[in-house]
Design a protein around this ligand. Sequence first.
Ligand SMILES: *[C@@H]1O[C@H](CO)[C@@H](O)[C@H](O)[C@H]1NC(C)=O
Ligand SMILES: *[C@@H]1O[C@H](CO)[C@@H](O)[C@H](O)[C@H]1NC(C)=O
Ligand SMILES: *[C@@H]1O[C@H](CO)[C@@H](O)[C@H](O)[C@H]1NC(C)=O
Ligand SMILES: *[C@@H]1O[C@H](CO)[C@@H](O)[C@H](O)[C@H]1NC(C)=O
Length: 491
Amino acid sequence: MRCFLVAAAVMAAVSASPKPQDMEIDMIIAAPDPVITGAPVGVAEQLVTYDVASASAMVVAAVLDDAEAADAEADATDAAITDATVTDAARMVKRTACAPQPAGATGAPAVSSDTPSAFSANPAFAAIANAAPVPLGYALSFQNLKASNNAYAYLGFNTLSAYNTTLCAAKCSAKTGCLSFNLYFERDPSVTPGPGCEDPPSYTMIKCVYWGGPVTTANALNQGQFRSKFHVVIAGSNGYNYNGLPNVPGYITQSIGNASINAPYDSQGCDTYITSTIIEGAPFDPANCAAACYRQSIYNLDHPPKDGPPKTCQFFNTYLVYVNTTANMQGQYCALYSEAWPTSYATNFGQYRGNDHYLIESSYTYTNETNPGVPDQACAVAEAAAQISYSKLQLFCMAYLGLAVPTATATTTVVATVTSISTSTVHIDDSPQKRAVDVPNDLQKYPSSVLSSACSLKVPFTVTTTATSSTTTTVATTTTTSTTTYAETTP
Ligand SMILES: *[C@@H]1O[C@H](CO)[C@@H](O)[C@H](O)[C@H]1NC(C)=O
Ligand SMILES: *[C@@H]1O[C@H](CO)[C@@H](O)[C@H](O)[C@H]1NC(C)=O
Ligand SMILES: *[C@@H]1O[C@H](CO)[C@@H](O)[C@H](O)[C@H]1NC(C)=O
Ligand SMILES: *[C@@H]1O[C@H](CO)[C@@H](O)[C@H](O)[C@H]1NC(C)=O
């Protein structure tokens, strides 16, 4: 028996999300692909341990960018990856040819003749797989396949003396991070195949394999292998997924299936999305996102923005992301928000990047049970004010507030040289204008109270228009470029 820890990698989004909250595909691609492995042939069991504390520390570190977090990440990486190479699995099955292999299951039914085809077609295996009870707390995913899984986050296996779904489920439930299991009969060699014993007699093993993500027909891809001339084949393969809600203390959990949350602005116009991160290789564990959410709040409170209130994380959406098929799992995605959103906003069912279809499964939302967040007017005013500056909408604001709107009067002086420059002045109309104004698209999400407050922050201001005219007399063309700049003054 060998023991190794699960290696996990974490990436955090570097940029704020666009609207809507598409998955940050660049971040998913940048993270290393998780190592997907399966139960090796030639050993009786393999113990893989998932270290929750290390995984949480890594996720927390990845969503933050302060020095303290960088230290935490370094420590966590050291802890989580110690001894954690899958080559251990490869090394341990490298045995001398003709050496005895672990004995077969005492409770396995006999096979009519010792051939791969008789094994695959053995009606007794099919009968047992088809009659196996679905253990409490699990749902049947597939039944009686001739392949085992390459699912997400391999957590080791045990060999059992009998095909017992209840026992395999109990072992999974006792294992930190285990969310599914695959139970099957496998035709294994009785001695290590090699020179002198290329195709030895077989033993029937019953393997109970644990995973930290769902087992599906789509990721049941391992149909066996050749070892020298011995054909390893699989029969009676059943897959079961944990069917309870993966609850996290302090949060209300909801399952949203195969979609992610695509939140609108809140009723005040505040963007409630904070950031996102991806965890690769560790079992799917919403507690890791909760740790990131909690730590992000502390960080944001400690580093408030210069304009507007800090956003604390009161809600998150976490799910598994895969490309094309569930056999190509990319990792566990976490998106953090300052306010809770109902499941009706679970509308992102996947995205394309080129030909690659990024899809979602096992998606859950988590709402802080004491404080789900409320529509945030201070946040909306700050974001509206920033938008006004960015889109140069100060003139709109003056009109919106019923103030006199400055108008520019351009005067151009053409002199008999090739180029001349003249500067026009800006006149403020004497008569205040009170007219209906069209609210620009960018600002339509804000209620009038928010818009008035944001506009008030952006006026008064001064406007200077500089017009540059160049006249080329020979071809009689005149080009006029004018630049309007706004200098905001603090009211
Ligand atoms: C399966 O295993 C469970 C748990 O160890 C045990 O209680 C039960 O008797 C076993 N079932 C069979 C049919 O052997
Ligand atoms: C829920 O939110 C409150 C207020 O922001 C916070 O103090 C508390 O730690 C949060 N709960 C969890 C489980 O993070
Ligand atoms: C979610 O996706 C999985 C994997 O493709 C599929 O088996 C399952 O039926 C889907 N569930 C829903 C509710 O669409
Ligand atoms: C996903 O499927 C598309 C279309 O079948 C294919 O072109 C692409 O290479 C696949 N991507 C991966 C990562 O397998």
